[in-house]
Design a protein around this ligand. Structure first.
Ligand code: SF4
Ligand code: SF4
Length: 144
């Protein structure tokens, strides 16, 4: 398989190459909280209302930003990359690191991200199940 991510920068990727980098972890689809004083980002277990917590897929990906304005639109800059989990392929490449062995472009198996317990499967809770006024109770630290 062509290892395009080793030969090109993020900015040089085609649309399809860019999309294929996503490992499907859906960690970026969990609600996040920001410490106003330090700017530190905390992940919670609470999934966005469009997140299918079993498959880790967005229920309306093609129209997601119209429905969820807070959905992250990835840009190639440090502020955005720091919002992503340290396992995220975009962040890893931005930081000059390798894709991990469990990444589907490396191992050829899209299920490995779940088997290795990297994804939000088994961690995420449906937004409907949570009193959003108490979302601070659901902070998890993941790998950040
Ligand atoms: S955290 Fe990165 S790799 Fe995981 S779903 Fe989000 S964009 Fe894709
Ligand atoms: S709208 Fe879809 S892609 Fe965006 S955060 Fe929600 S579930 Fe994830």
């Amino acid at each position: 398989m062509e290892q395009f991510w080793k030969d090109k920068s993020l900015k040089q990727l085609t649309f399809d190459q860019w999309e294929s980098l996503c490992d499907g972890c859906a960690l970026c689809c969990l609600h996040k909280l920001e410490d106003e004083d330090t700017g530190e980002i905390y992940y919670t277990q609470v999934g966005c209302q469009l997140l299918d917590i079993d498959t880790c897929a967005c229920k309306n990906y093609s129209n997601r930003t119209a429905q969820i304005p807070s959905c992250l639109q990835l840009t190639i800059d440090k502020t955005m990359m720091n919002m992503l989990p340290k396992t995220c392929a975009y962040r890893l490449l931005f930081e000059g690191k390798e894709l991990p062995d469990w990444h589907h472009l490396v191992c050829g198996d899209k299920n490995r991200v779940h088997e290795e317990k990297i994804s939000c499967r088994g961690k995420a809770i449906d937004e409907d199940m949570v009193d959003m006024d108490e979302i601070e109770d659901y902070v998890i630290y993941l790998l950040n």
